[in-house]
Design a protein around this ligand. Structure first.
Ligand code: MG
Length: 445
């Protein structure tokens, strides 16, 4: 057994990893945050919600102030737990037990331990006794949380302990590192919020799980799949046993960007319905597009802070590319904005033509470019000549629906040139608007 003689925690013992019996056998120390990482949401918010709407709103505001860097973790925890005075320990335990956990938490931790990793749970918001219980439930080596005082099995509202302080996690990890003779370089941290920024910078590997914006920007890896086993891919653990079957399907899903592109483009093509609806209900179509735009932007703001809007959040998560995970994905915004502006600025014939061009030609460029695109465009190495030719052909067919042959050729050429430029998601906006203005200048309406 490895004894961790840590200030207030020296009564606790840490079970060594299953395949090791001494410090020398430990490959790495893995520190997992509890709130937001293993728990869906935060314990204090779950408990506050069970105590009524006013306590919940107050707690939510304090959490928001903490996330905005207006109050420290110590102030947050002290003020929140003060409002929990009189709550029975049994009630708090019931709330703790009912918090949903991230998928495959136990399986992942067991696998990590079998591969010689020391897994420690650490929380600055969850009571120590619950974190220890969670560590047992999930097969972690140990867990540490904040110390809560109780009297007659009721919370007194006082909270204390190393982890209630701003530098608590860093100090505690350093004590564990000293004991296990490991270094920060051998440490992996899984975190979600800004309370963990200092340990993120020091750790050899940091992983943002459902990460808030500041963590999302800094983290080396991100896990947004609500499935902890994605970590095994990051740590490059290929388990030949039972877990291989369990994780095989999922790994395929993580890496198969081709299917992801198809999914993206299926959503992209939905914009082609706009001209069909606008013929019959023009104003309603505009209102629906505006509403979708606002809902999507709210959903994205939540996603980049580790939260998820039901349905739309999971659709976005499964459709965005890796580089888009760290920030706001603007593709759908520019696509919908392009359709709205086309309906507002152009006569129906031009609006319909350019919306269909952006819906189908852009999709054709991606599908053909990814499938058989071997010749790069000199001014944009990310796109291929084959993709651009496909975009031209499809744009030409879209143009032929409303326009005579020659203007259809011009519209197809102009829009496929815009599509080929390195504009990122701006092409969704510039393709319809640019082509529409071009056709207006040619005198077609
Ligand atoms: Mg957290």
């Amino acid at each position: 057994m490895i004894n961790i003689p840590i200030s207030q925690y020296n009564r606790n013992q840490i079970t060594p990893p299953a395949s090791t019996s001494s410090h020398a056998g430990i490959k790495k120390l893995i520190i997992m945050d509890v709130d937001g990482v293993l728990f869906k949401g935060q314990f204090i918010l779950h408990l506050a919600r069970s105590l009524g709407i006013l306590v919940y709103i107050r707690t939510a505001i304090l959490c928001l102030l903490f996330n905005m860097n207006k109050i420290s973790i110590h102030e947050l925890i002290t003020r929140v737990y003060a409002s929990f005075e009189g709550v029975t320990l049994e009630h708090a335990r019931m709330v703790y037990k009912n918090i949903p956990l991230i998928k495959h938490a136990r399986e992942t931790i067991e696998t990590l331990r079998n591969h010689g990793y020391l897994v420690i749970l650490m929380s600055s918001g969850v009571p120590d006794l619950f974190v220890k219980d969670l560590a047992t439930r999930l097969s972690a080596n140990n867990g540490y949380g904040v110390e809560i005082n109780t009297e007659n099995e009721q919370l007194t509202g006082d909270v204390s302990g190393q982890l209630s302080r701003s530098t608590g996690k860093r100090d505690l990890i350093e004590e564990i590192l000293r004991e296990t003779r490991l270094a920060w370089q051998n440490t992996v941290v899984l975190v979600d919020d800004r309370n963990n920024l200092d340990i993120m910078y020091k750790a050899g590997i940091n992983i943002g799980v459902n990460a808030h914006y500041t963590v999302r920007q800094q983290a080396r890896y991100l896990i947004d799949s609500r499935d902890l086993s994605e970590m095994l891919d990051i740590m490059d653990i290929e388990d030949a046993d039972t877990y291989k079957t369990l994780f095989a399907g999922m790994r395929k899903q993580f890496t198969h960007s081709w299917y992801q592109e198809i999914r993206r483009k299926c959503l992209h093509i939905l914009i082609a319905f706009v001209p069909l609806f606008s013929i019959f209900v023009h104003n309603t179509t505009l209102i629906v597009l505006f509403s979708l735009l606002i809902v999507y932007m709210i959903s994205e703001c939540l996603r980049v802070n580790g939260y998820s809007l039901p349905l739309l959040g999971s659709i976005t998560r499964s459709s965005i590319r890796k580089p888009e995970e760290r920030g706001f994905a603007f593709g759908p915004v520019t696509l919908v904005l392009g359709a709205i502006l086309s309906l507002l600025l152009f006569p129906a014939i031009i609006a319909n033509t350019v919306i269909w061009i952006v819906a189908f030609a852009d999709t054709a460029a991606t599908v053909v470019g990814r499938g058989i695109g071997n010749h790069r465009i000199p001014y944009n190495m990310k796109k291929s000549i084959e993709g651009s030719l496909a975009a031209w052909l499809v744009a030409f067919f879209c143009g032929c629906i409303y326009l005579p042959l020659f203007p259809a050729v011009l519209a197809a050429s102009f829009s496929s040139i815009i599509e080929s430029l390195p504009l990122r998601s701006l092409d969704n906006l510039l393709m319809p608007i640019g082509t529409g203005i071009f056709l207006l200048c040619l005198g077609y309406s």
